[in-house]
Write a protein that binds this ligand. Structure first.
Ligand code: NAD
Ligand code: TYD
Length: 341
């Protein structure tokens, strides 16, 4: 493993991953990103002149562009982060999710197969397992759970996983899949729960909580997801799925209250709004396979991770203020305009 193509490297997890890789390892990294609304090269300013890093603007749905990036840079490893990643956007329109998440992954798999790629890691999500009952805390998602999807986003990610599995079995492509829980940390686009709530609280705006606020997510600091991806690349077995999670379940409303509390803001800013259609109630991951077989464990506990994250958004308001202007505002109006009770 020498030359890695990271697709979607200008997004939240991809940009954190590239920095993690350059600071901790000696690989050459090519960032291949279409720069959709979620792609932001400012996330990578710290490494843009690093000799081991290169950016190529390209679309994973475009075979020609993808193949030249692979050939010209003698790529031996592909890590696919590129995706449409926001559930609410997938409810407003699923087509782009099918294009990038399904057709784009298929294109990448074909390019990988035709160009002797030695490792293909698909960055997937716990959302492919559907939803767990709230009153059965003993139940967690394991790799053996059936894939049962409820949102267009999770359906598109699950379809991509199935294609990866098919390429492993049919063509012996060395594919690995990671399925991680909800990430948080710096540079997350402020449409997702944690950065959106921090930004709104800092601005003294209402914090929109869907439904009764009792949906549960399992939160993991982004660097811990990056380390799990490296453990999987280095020690994982082709054809296998590895769940990654923080063993850290929170009700949404408790996260929102925690953020308000840490920022010294009033809980009166909370505004319950109409629920997300098809809203999955609870996600919780069993990470024992990656921990026992590959020796991965998270380095951050939630207390330290959330402190670090809130501090980052407080210090870097320029970053998210810039991001929240323009196209984002249009989306915000469309998604929340008719939700307020
Ligand atoms: P993100 O939306 O912040 O970033 C996605 C990136 O992909 C952007 O840079 C965008 O420009 C790029 N992209 C989109 N379409 C593309 C295309 N057709 N060709 C090339 N690049 C394209 O997403 P994220 O939160 O960083 O998530 C990254 C990956 O991790 C996704 O595959 C997502 O499903 C998965 N994941 C995310 C989480 C989470 O909590 N955010 C958890 C588990 C898994
Ligand atoms: P999100 O960050 O969109 O991640 P996902 O839906 O992929 O888990 O949302 C996390 C949780 O927060 C989810 O249960 C929906 C909820 N949520 C709100 O209550 N209000 C909001 O404005 C957003 C964006 C999310």
């Amino acid at each position: 493993m020498k030359n890695i193509l990271v697709t979607g490297g200008a997004g939240f997890i991809g940009s954190n991953f590239i920095k993690y890789a350059l600071y901790n390892y000696n690989y050459n990294i090519v960032n291949f990103d279409k720069l959709t609304y979620a792609g932001n090269l400012e996330n990578l300013i710290d490494v843009e002149f690093n000799d081991k890093y290169k950016f190529i603007k390209g679309d994973i749905c475009n075979k020609k562009e993808t193949e030249s990036a692979v050939r010209e840079n003698e790529i031996d490893t592909i890590i696919n982060f590129a995706a449409e990643s926001h559930v609410d956007r997938s409810i407003l329109g699923a087509k782009e999710f099918i294009n990038t998440n399904v057709m784009g992954t298929l294109t990448l798999l074909e390019v990988a197969k035709d160009n002797g790629i030695e490792k293909f890691l698909q960055v997937s999500t716990d959302e492919v397992y559907g939803s767990l009952p709230e009153d059965r805390k003993d139940l967690l998602f394991t790799e053996k759970n059936p894939v049962t999807t409820n949102s267009p986003y999770s359906a598109s990610k699950a379809s991509a996983d199935l294609l990866c599995n098919a390429f492993y079995h049919t063509f012996k492509l060395p594919v690995l899949i990671t399925r991680c829980s909800n990430n948080y940390g710096p540079y997350q686009f402020p449409e997702k729960l944690i950065p959106l709530m921090i930004a709104k609280a800092i601005n003294d705006e209402k914090l929109p909580v869907y439904g009764d606020g009792k949906n549960v997510r399992d939160w993991l600091y982004v660097d811990d997801h990056c380390s799990a991806i490296f453990e999987t690349l280095h020690k994982g077995k082709s054809g296998e799925v590895y769940n990654v999670g923080g063993n850290n379940e929170w009700y949404n409303i408790d996260i929102v209250k925690l953020i308000l509390n840490k920022l010294g803001k009033s809980e009166n800013l909370i505004q319950y709004v109409k629920d997300r259609p098809g809203h999955d109630r609870r996600y919780a991951i069993d990470s024992s396979k990656i921990m026992n077989e590959l020796g991965w464990k998270p380095a951050y506990n939630f207390e330290s991770g959330i402190e670090k994250t809130i501090r980052w958004y407080t210090k870097n308001s320029d970053w998210w203020k810039k991001v929240m202007s323009g196209e984002y505002l249009k989306y915000y109006e469309e998604n929340y305009g008719n939700k307020v009770n």
